[in-house]
Design a protein around this ligand. Structure first.
Ligand code: ZN
Length: 330
């Protein structure tokens, strides 16, 4: 290890979720030097939450074997809603009672490091852009498929966060104008209400009540039904599960085509738990995108799965800290 590497700045990334906090130390090349996870205990309020964030950061630094003075800056990815310029959480539905919280300053005061705040889905997209499936691409849009659908867009190294910190909220693209399903945000007809893991399970439960033909899904306790189980049943050739996955792929393709026709990216990525459904699901999404997009982007835009898994958020958050406080490109 060279002396220059031993003294090069590194960054602490923290990915705050409603259930868990993931944190890790990341070097200037995007390599993770540690990775830790602990429960957010979001219901105990922001005071406890900030303790947990600081605790996660301390553990990540300790696990990296480095001292705090090597940490140049901290990046925090958090669920919205937020005001990025002010470093404020506004009314985050996944963090009850954390309203109007100046989280960037509070965390910076605790850790005594310059701190940047970014939307969690934007941070994950930036992580993939920096060192994941998007490495080397000029631009990408990434959909993270979980309880909801997060989205982040990066163009020429810039995160499209918008004038009001609500940019790239493509999980809330309207895909159904009439009699739309209600989204977790309260509005109707949004992509998330059709194609998130939660929405897939809901659609499966509805279909099981209507369906007469036997399905593997009918043998699962309804409380145990998950997007993973549906993906597995589809792989095993179950007719109903296959149809549900096929429809989900179609909804996602509609969302992806909207984004492609807006920013014409190099690459569209899908990440999150639902990509466990594997190659057939990705092939379905690709096929539908190709059928709906303009011919040139249909032929040239790469459609891939994300690669960093659950680490994308903290790696991307650390990348945001590096971009703000690291060495400036020559
Ligand atoms: Zn919505």
């Amino acid at each position: 290890m060279s002396a220059a590497y031993r003294s090069a700045p590194v960054y602490l990334g923290i990915d705050l979720g409603g259930t868990n906090i993931k944190s890790g130390v990341v070097d200037g090349d995007g390599c993770s030097l540690s990775s830790v996870s602990l429960e957010t205990e979001a219901d105990h309020g922001p005071e406890v939450g900030l303790e947990r964030l600081a605790d996660a950061g301390n553990r990540a630094v300790q696990a990296s074997g480095l001292s705090w003075d090597r940490i140049a800056a901290v990046g925090l990815g958090s669920p919205g809603t937020m005001d990025l310029e002010e470093g404020l959480l506004l009314e985050p539905p996944n963090l009850h009672g954390w309203n109007n919280l100046p989280i960037r300053r509070l965390l910076s005061d605790r850790l005594k490091k310059p701190t940047v705040l970014q939307n969690d889905a934007n941070a994950a997209a930036y992580g993939e852009y920096w060192v994941g499936a998007g490495k080397g691409a000029r631009s990408l849009a990434m959909f993270t498929l979980g309880t909801g659908i997060g989205c982040g867009i990066v163009v020429d190294g810039l995160i499209i966060q918008g004038c009001h910190s609500h940019g790239a909220e493509c999980g809330h693209i309207i895909i159904q104008m009439e009699n739309g399903r209600q989204c977790s945000c309260g509005a109707f007809g949004h992509l998330e209400a059709y194609a998130s893991a939660t929405a897939l399970v809901k659609r499966a439960c509805e279909a099981l009540q209507l369906e007469n033909s036997p399905s593997l899904l009918g043998q699962i306790d309804p409380h145990e039904l998950s997007s993973r189980a549906i993906g597995k049943a589809a792989e095993a050739g179950d007719h109903l599960a296959r149809r549900l996955m096929r429809e989900t792929a179609h909804y996602l393709a509609v969302g992806a085509v909207c984004v492609m026709h807006t920013i014409d990216p190099d690459l569209v990525l899908f990440g999150g738990g639902m990509i466990a459904a594997g190659q057939a699901f990705l092939d379905d999404i690709r096929r539908d995108i190709r059928a709906m997009a303009f011919p040139v982007p249909a032929a040239r835009t790469r459609i891939e799965y994300a690669r960093l898994g659950g680490n994308a958020g903290f790696i991307g958050a650390a990348g945001c800290a590096r971009r703000a406080y690291g060495p400036k490109p020559q």
